[in-house]
Design a protein around this ligand. Sequence first.
Ligand SMILES: O=C(O)CCC(=O)C(=O)O
Ligand SMILES: [Fe+2]
Length: 335
Amino acid sequence: MPALNVPVIDLQPWFSGTPEGKAEVARAVDDACRGIGFLVIKNHQIDPVLIQRVTEASNAFFSLPLAAKRKVDRPRDDAVRGYSAVGEEGLSYSLEEAAPGDLKESYSIGPSNVPDDDYHRGPAAGAHFEPNLWPEEIPDFKAAYESYFAAMSDLARELMRMFAVGLGLPERFFDDKLDEHISMFRVLSYPAQTEAPQPGQMRAGAHSDYGSLTIVMPDGPGLQVFNKAGQWVDVPYMPGTYAVNIGDLMMQWTNDQWVSTLHRVVNPPLESAVLNKRRQSLVFFHQPNYDAMIECLPVCLAEGEQPQYAPISSGDHLTAKFVKQTTFGGTKAAV
Ligand SMILES: O=C(O)CCC(=O)C(=O)O
Ligand SMILES: [Fe+2]
């Protein structure tokens, strides 16, 4: 019987480092990834002061006048950097569903301090190491975002180690496929709603994520996940915890043994002064090195079973998702 609700997993035994503690956490993580594709983690070791700094820098950015935000506008469809305004992205486009744009604005960055060599700047790198944009109005913005990106990269590597142990692989199996990861960090700001949304319009429409895993720090409820019984259930909101989910790439790597689940962010009740307020979430989309090959893990194949997917590089997998979105959405693609 798969899990129908999102489990809360305490990572302390993993970080304490005993073999039993690590095995226990890895087993719980593996169960969650098979059953519902989502977990909430506590004792994740991320400094609350850093979370606060990024939160405040983001509050300051989204409070700027639109013209100031437009100075760091997303440069191109294939370059997810900088600012996107309300309604410019629709996550459900990736499902080939026509729906109005999401009721959110966002700011995105990728890796910083990228070396000027062929691997990072040559044609094979495509737009994966596109330079970041920085709003000059907020002094701590760049430092806070870069530190947070680095902290998330470390946590994601640790989660991938839990994944490896949970799947029965050596703990460091994924390490060399992540050391040049092409992840994205996005802060999403969902404004308080002043009028009823259009039919089908949400803060974030139903979608699955693309990459290996996503680490989300919301500042309030609203995130829901579609479980194997066909019900939308709330992801437990507990201040200070992260929601983690796996993306399509991880599902493919495990030959569908793990599930990349549909999720969405629902609208607040329009009339409620308490619940209808701006919602901000810090979202880290982890994506392996562009040249890492995503090829059915042998531990995920039963004897005589065939892989369901042809091997593909992480970079091509991501690019294919963007192409699908821009083609269908006809507007700037979301992540
Ligand atoms: O804001 C959230 O809680 C989640 C957003 C999300 O699922 C996404 O941007 O992919
Ligand atoms: Fe998502």
